[in-house]
Design a binder for this molecule. Structure first.
Ligand code: SF4
Length: 300
C-alpha cells in the first residue's frame, strides 16, 4: 500500500508579508518635497536651492536636481533666487547669512520641529537649565540649540545619560531643569534621561516633543514586530528616524535595515527561513523604494 505523504512534507507554506500603515514619508517631509517642487514650477526663471539635503534619499535629491533644484553644501558668498530651509530647521544666524548672501529664504521647517524650538526658547526665557535630548551633530538639534542659546548659556545637549553627566554640577546648582527632545528620538532615551535628572534636580519641566508621526510609526512597528519573525526597515542609514526605528525593533525580533530592495539579496538565506515578515520604513523613504522591497520579497 502506498504511503500517504503529509502535505507539509511537500510544500513550503507561502510567507506572510505585511506592510506597516505608517511606512514612508511623514507629513513634514511630504510637505517639504511638494512645496519645493511647486516653488520651482511657479518660479521657472529663478534659482531655487535647498541648504543641505532636503531628505536623506539620493534618488529624490537627483530628481530635484533634474527639476533644476540644487542642493547646497554650504551658503555661498553670493547668491540669488530662493533658498529653502529644510524640515530640520536652521538657526537664526544661518537664516541671516542666507539673506546676506542675496537669497530669499523660504522656511520649510516642519511645524513639529518649530514647536521644539519654541519650547526650548520658552524654557530658556523662564530661567530653566535647558536639556536638549538628541545627538549634538544632528541638524535639527543644532538649530534647537542655537535658538535656546539666544536666551541662555545654560544649555546641555545629550543623547545618553553618560553625556549628560558632564553637566551634573551645573544642573545641581541650578535646580530647575527644562527638557525638550529631538522629534525622532526613542521614548526609552527620554525616559532614561528623566530618571537620571530626577535624582539630581529639584524641579523638572518635561516637554515630550517626539512628533506624533514618529510615535505612531514606532508604536505600530513595535506591535508588528511582536507577531513577526523578521522585521525589515527600509530607509537611509544616514536618517536618524530610520536608524532609531531599526534599533527599537532589534530589541523585539530579528530586524534588518536596508536602504533599497537590492540589499535584500544579502539576506536571502535568512529571509527564506522566515514565515511572518513585516516591512516598515523611515520618514524619508519614498513609496517606490517600499514597493520595490515588497515586490522583491514576494519573489523570494
Ligand atoms: S519626522 Fe516628525 S518632526 Fe520630522 S519632519 Fe516628519 S513630522 Fe516633522
Amino acid at each position: 500500500m502506498p504511503q500517504v505523504q503529509k502535505k507539509e512534507d511537500n510544500y513550503k507554506l507561502p510567507k506572510k508579508i505585511k506592510l506597516a500603515k505608517y511606512a514612508g514619508f511623514c507629513y513634514g517631509v511630504k510637505r517639504a518635497v511638494e512645496t519645493v517642487t511647486k516653488l520651482k514650477a511657479e518660479n521657472p526663471d529663478k534659482d531655487v536651492c535647498v541648504l543641505g539635503e532636503l531628505i536623506h534619499n539620493t534618488d529624490v535629491i537627483n530628481e530635484l536636481e533634474n527639476l533644476g533644484i540644487k542642493t547646497l553644501g554650504k551658503i555661498p558668498q553670493e547668491g540669488s533666487g530662493i533658498c529653502v530651509i529644510r524640515s530640520h530647521g536652521e538657526s537664526p544666524e544661518v537664516i541671516e547669512k542666507i539673506k546676506h548672501a542675496g537669497f530669499i529664504p523660504v522656511d520649510l521647517t516642519c511645524p513639529d520641529v518649530k514647536k521644539v524650538q519654541q519650547k526650548a526658547v520658552e524654557l530658556a526665557k523662564e530661567g530653566y537649565f535647558v536639556v536638549i535630548v538628541g545627538k549634538s551633530e544632528h541638524p535639527e538639534v543644532v538649530a534647537i540649540t542655537a535658538n535656546a542659546r539666544l536666551w541662555t548659556d545654560r544649555v546641555a545637549v545629550a543623547a545618553t545619560v553618560e553625556q549628560l553627566k558632564k553637566y551634573e554640577n551645573e544642573i545641581k546648582s541650578h535646580k530647575r531643569v527644562g527638557v525638550v527632545v529631538q522629534t525622532t528620538q526613542r521614548i526609552s532615551t527620554l525616559n532614561s534621561i528623566i530618571e537620571y535628572l530626577t535624582s539630581i534636580a529639584k524641579e523638572i519641566h518635561i516637554a515630550n516633543t517626539i512628533c506624533a508621526s514618529t510615535s505612531m510609526r514606532q508604536n505600530e512597528a513595535k506591535e508588528l514586530a511582536k507577531n513577526s519573525d523578521l522585521m525589515i526597515v527600509a530607509g537611509s542609514k544616514k536618517s536618524a528616524n530610520t536608524t532609531h526605528l531599526a534599533e527599537i525593533l532589534k530589541d523585539i525580533t530579528t530586524t534588518i535595515h536596508i536602504e533599497n530592495a537590492e540589499e535584500l539579496e544579502n539576506y536571502k538565506d535568512l529571509i527564506e527561513k522566515k514565515e511572518n515578515i513585516s516591512v516598515t520604513a523611515g520618514a524619508s523613504t519614498p513609496q517606490n523604494v517600499i514597493e520595490a522591497v515588497i515586490k522583491r520579497l514576494e519573489s523570494f
